[in-house]
Design a protein around this ligand. Sequence first.
Ligand code: LLP
Length: 438
Amino acid sequence: MYVNQNIKPITTRTNSKGNLEISNCDLVDLANKYKTPLYVIDRVTLEQMALDYKQAFSKYEKANILFASKALMTGAIAQIFNRLGFGFDVVSMGEIYTLLNANIKLNKSSFNGNNKSADEIEFAIDNGIDHFSVDNFCELKLLNEIAKSKNKIQKIHLRITPGIECHTHEYIQTGQIDSKFGFDLSKIDKAVELILNEYKNLKLTGLHAHIGSQIFETQVYYDEAGVVLELVKKIKDKFNIELSEINLGGGLGITYTKEDNPPSVYEIADTIISSIEFHCRKFNLEKPVLYIEPGRSLVCSAGVSLYTIGSSKEIEGIRKYIAIDGGMADNPRPSMYQAKYYAEIANKKEENKPEKVTVAGKFCESGDILISDIELNSPSSGDILCVYDTGAYCYSMSSNYNRILKPAMVLINQGKSDIIIKRQTLNQLVENDVLLEE
Ligand code: LLP
């Protein structure tokens, strides 16, 4: 089984004390040392997935892998991907700034997003972003004006809506026709015409599509590559230019619970590569440079969240709630997408007295339920709960709801642990408050 097909980090085991351990770090010791709630990222699992991506796509001679920063952006995580040779898919000035702050150049990165501001565009150009994935006509015009004012010819891709529906939660589908992202296929001619005839400071080198997230099917990737290459062929026939780059986005799913059954990255890579080979032959095209931009599948399985169990409430004949010291502000996914998670008690593994409970967060909303109806090993106050697969879209979507402090994050690696995000402080929480004078 490959990393994204495992619920747990690949280094997880029970140690001689009966505690859960990841990458030779006892989770109870981590909770004591750094306090809870705590995000924990296993470097071994993360790097294994990154290497699998590289290996899987090495069969295609011209592949560039970008990490979709939105899944988990911190300076240290960015440094790891940068050292492994990855570029970045960024969507805001903040993500760009985080890279620059970690001394990472933007020369392999792509700027995505459906409403980039003039300030963001300028910032990205000034800092040498490789290319923009332009989403709409308004951006084309603005980007051309800004590039012109700087005397620069800016490389771009056009983001298209490929009209492919995949079976994932509707909030994280993006490739279907009714989407806020990208140019409809029927508008592409107009966009290319404008770039070639009017927007002289833009250089169009490729097309970009992204069909959704947490995808379990391979066929949709085959179809997506086909749609994109057919468009390359149409543009070639009509405008006599052959675009040399395609970006097929991210989206590979991971195993949150045993009901999930995602393909491996090797299956996805083989599907994409065979579709490119087939369609390039069919349309008589040169094989393009391929970009992909996975987020979740690169980091999710490497991450767990540790919480301390506090109060509990039993409703006779209905259910028992156990409450943890975090919840919807450090992991909004269950309340936003009905996302399901698997968890275990990190201490006293050997007791084995399963009890069905519902794990509630501490935030002031009835919907703040992290996991409904899960069997845990005699959960009681003071126990440490380990929730798996929180590496992606948890820290990056966290908030200060109820003015609760954001947790710290530690990177663990074969017995070593290092803080990579400090726990927020009360002072930081109020530092932007401006008090009235009277
Ligand atoms: N490229 C583009 C253009 C995207 O919009 C996304 C994700 C990705 C790549 C990376 O997709 P991934 O490999 O991570 O599936 N917050 C949601 C997921 C939103 C995904 C948004 N775009 C969640 O927690 O499930």
